[in-house]
Every structure is written in C-alpha cells, then in structure tokens.
Write a protein that binds this ligand. Structure first.
Ligand code: FAD
Length: 390
C-alpha cells in the first residue's frame, strides 16, 4: 500500500518540532529528484513543500472526469540522450515507447513539422526524391543573412522568407508575444529543418513515457520515510515555522529576493482542457496552428502519448498569455543580464541553493532538470563524504 507523508498548508506539530536537514521548495522534477537522493542516498530528513495542490510540478498528470489521463500543464513528452537519466528514473517507473509526431496546419493542409521532405512535397506539389534534391531545393529558397542574431535570421538564412512566414513567424509571435526578429536565435534554432522524411519531433536515443504516468512516478520517488510533503503551502507561509539547515529553492529566483532588481519576464499559457465523446480527435498527439489569426498555438490529444484505450478522448488547447503562471523565461539579452544580477545575489546568500527551471531562469526539458538535480546531489554528496576515489 502506497502512503506519502503529506500534510499542509500548516506544518504538523511534529514537522514544527523536528529540525529538517533540508527544506525543498517545489515538488517538480528538480525538488523531487533532489529530495529522493538526499533522503535515500544520504539519510537526510527532508521537507518538500509546494504551493500547488499536487506533486509533479508542471509534469503533473491526472485522470479527468471522463477517466482519461491528461497533463494539466500541457503535453509532456520524455526524451533524452542520457542513459544515466533513464536509468535513474527507471527506479520509479516502467516505460512505454512513444515517438512524438507533430503536424502543422498550413495553407489548409496538415503537414509534418519540423519541416521535412514530405512537408515540401505536400506544400508545393513537388516530388523531391532524395535528401540531396531537398537540400538543393531549400538552398534555392534560402536568403543568406550575414550576421545571424535573431530567431528570424536563423530561419530566413536556412529556408527563406516564405517558409519562415508560413511556419515560424505567426507561431512565434503568438507564443512569445514578440516578433522573431526581437528574439534570441536559440528560440527557433530548437526546431530543425530536415531533408529526409523523418517525421519524429525529437531524434533523441530515448523517447518514452512513464507507463503509469508522471504523477505515479513522482509518488514512488517521494515515498520515503525521511521525506515529508506539504501541499497548498507557499514558502512564505512556513519559512519561519519550520526548522531546517539548508534551503533548496526551485521557485522563481526573483520572487525569493522580493523582485529587488525587478521582475524576470516570463511567458505564460492558458490551457483549455476538453473532454470529447469520440474515440479520437486528431491523427497525431499535437497539431500546431502557426496562423496568427487562430488564437491558440496548438491542440494536443493525450491518448496518443499514453496509449490509453477509452471510448472518449481529451484534448488541450494552448493559448499563450502575458499573465499567469511563469512557464517560459523570455530569451532576450536584457533578461539574461537581469538574471545574472539575481544569480550573483544568490551566490552571496548563504544557506540557500537555487535549482530547476524557475530557480535558474532557464528553459529546461525534464531530462535536463533531472540532470541538474543529480549534479547538485553529487556536489552535496562529495562535500558530505569527500570526493569519490579515482
Ligand atoms: P516545475 O515543474 O515548474 O516545478 C516547480 C514547482 O515549484 C511548482 O510545482 C511550483 O508550484 C513550486 N513553487 C514555486 N514557487 C513556490 C513557492 N514560493 N512555494 C511553494 N512552491 C513553489 N519538458 C520535456 O522534457 N518535454 C516536454 O514535452 C515538455 N513540455 C512542456 C510543455 C509546457 C507547456 C511547459 C511549460 C514545459 C514543458 N516541458 C517539457 C518542461 C518541463 O515542464 C520542465 O522541464 C520541468 O517541469 C521542470 O521542473 P522543475 O522542477 O524545474 O519546475
């Protein structure tokens, strides 16, 4: 029988009386991995708190009213090239192989994104047969940009303005509320262009979903006698009420410091979840809508990810928004500069370590956050035990 040690929002008497070695703010990947390691690896007493009503952070999934497993904060697909990350997480879950595929609605057709040879053939009525032919075709459309600085430069330089406008301009403007010409080149560099017919969204070695979902995996991770959990609990509510030796903060770093240098800008999303009385809504897990006149960016259908068999299906529309939970750090040089000031302040503040997506103001995939947490654990372990021999 499974039993997490969960309370909240007020600390139980025993939580107030006993000193914890670590207070961890945030029960997402960053906080949960570190909690598990400290508790199981170093026998530390850990209190994990989260202001949400659940563990798992943005990867949280749950069964909706119809009984379909959905992701509350949008579709989360696990992919990585790191065997050690898979090995670590495999202690808490079995996996279901899953390769993510995405279509984009462009000129009234649904075509593969990232753009590949199939996309070009479908859009332009071509019959490109080989990588070389597709390469030549793209080269003929590319508009060389001398110095590549922005997200617009990267794409126009590679595939030309027309494809840029069809696939990237509107989508990026909706997603970020900024024109690609105002965004760092890394934003659109994340989406490659292919000359083959590979229509997988990711090409990582490992692409798989936790067999029983993310939340079940987190439950197993946090199920340890040394770990207490308080949900619906903000750090500010308990910081003076519980005794601990060290703080690991996986919330927004600027919030921790009362926004003393100003707010770090984030882009948010509104999720509209719908349950439909039909077995399937669309042919792949995610369909993108780059057209700027459509207010949402994409629709995702979870049963493709989870493999669940069910008479109904559940989908989520994503509407980008300036207001709401902090999801995506906005990659602009002045924001990176602002973050550096907070990072410096953090380095001068004893007793607290910042971790995770919000703690380090970086867009990280799940595997990267697991890697970051395991790396921090290794440093703590070495400080505790001395470096491993060899
Ligand atoms: P989070 O999961 O955000 O956890 C931080 C937790 O801290 C939150 O639960 C929050 O409530 C809590 N918290 C913050 N401040 C406080 C406070 N003051 N007091 C108490 N609690 C606090 N990654 C992938 O690898 N694949 C994907 O397909 C993918 N899709 C994504 C889709 C979307 C829409 C988004 C936004 C992200 C996606 N990601 C994906 C990234 C993934 O969500 C992150 O890598 C991961 O959630 C980061 O974990 P974390 O622990 O750093 O942060």
């Amino acid at each position: 029988m499974h039993s997490l040690n969960v309370t909240g929002p007020s600390p139980s008497q025993s939580d107030q009386q006993q000193a914890f070695d670590y207070l961890i703010v945030g029960a997402g990947f960053a906080g949960s991995v570190l909690a598990e390691r400290l508790a199981a690896g170093l026998n530390k007493r850990v209190l994990v708190i989260d202001r949400r009503s659940h563990i798992g952070g943005n990867a949280y999934d749950h069964y909706d009213e119809a009984g379909v497993l959905i992701h509350r904060y949008g579709p989360h697909i696990f992919h990585t090239n790191a065997q050690r990350i898979v090995d670590y997480l495999s202690r808490f879950t079995q996996w279901r192989p899953y390769e993510h595929r995405v279509l984009a609605v462009v000129d009234g057709q649904q075509v593969p994104i990232p753009i590949n040879r199939t996309t070009l053939n479908a859009l332009y009525g071509l019959d490109l047969q080989s990588d070389e032919e597709a390469e030549r075709y793209l080269a003929s459309r590319a508009e060389p940009v001398e110095t590549i600085r922005t997200s617009e430069d990267v794409v126009v330089n590679q595939i030309g303005r027309e494809l840029y406008e069809k696939f990237f301009r509107g989508y990026t403007r909706k997603q970020w509320g900024l024109d690609p010409s105002q965004l760092d080149k890394m934003v659109t560099s994340r989406v490659p262009t292919r000359t083959n017919t590979d229509d997988r969204y990711f090409t990582d070695t490992f692409q798989q979903m936790p067999l029983e979902g993310y939340t079940r995996m987190f439950e197993r991770m946090l199920d340890h006698p040394n770990i207490s959990i308080m949900l619906n609990t903000d750090y500010r509510q308990v910081r003076d009420q519980v005794a601990y030796k060290h703080l690991i903060y996986c919330g927004p770093i600027d919030e921790y410091f009362d926004h003393c240098f100003g707010k770090l800008p984030y882009r948010s999303l509104k999720f509209e979840h719908q349950s439909l009385e039909q077995e399937q809504f669309q042919s792949v897990a995610t369909v993108n809508y780059p057209d700027e006149t459509v207010p949402y960016t994409r629709i995702s259908e979870y049963k493709h990810l989870t493999g669940q068999q069910h008479a109904s299906t559940s989908i989520t529309y994503e509407y980008p928004s300036a207001e709401g939970d902090p999801y995506y750090p906005i990659p602009r040089p002045e924001n990176a500069e602002l973050y550096k000031r907070y990072e410096q302040l953090a380095a001068e503040t004893p007793g607290v370590t910042f971790l995770g997506r919000l703690g380090t103001y970086k867009y990280y995939n799940m595997d990267q956050v697991v890697g970051q947490a395991l790396a921090l654990y290794k440093r703590i372990e070495e400080a505790h035990n001395g470096p491993a021999p060899g």
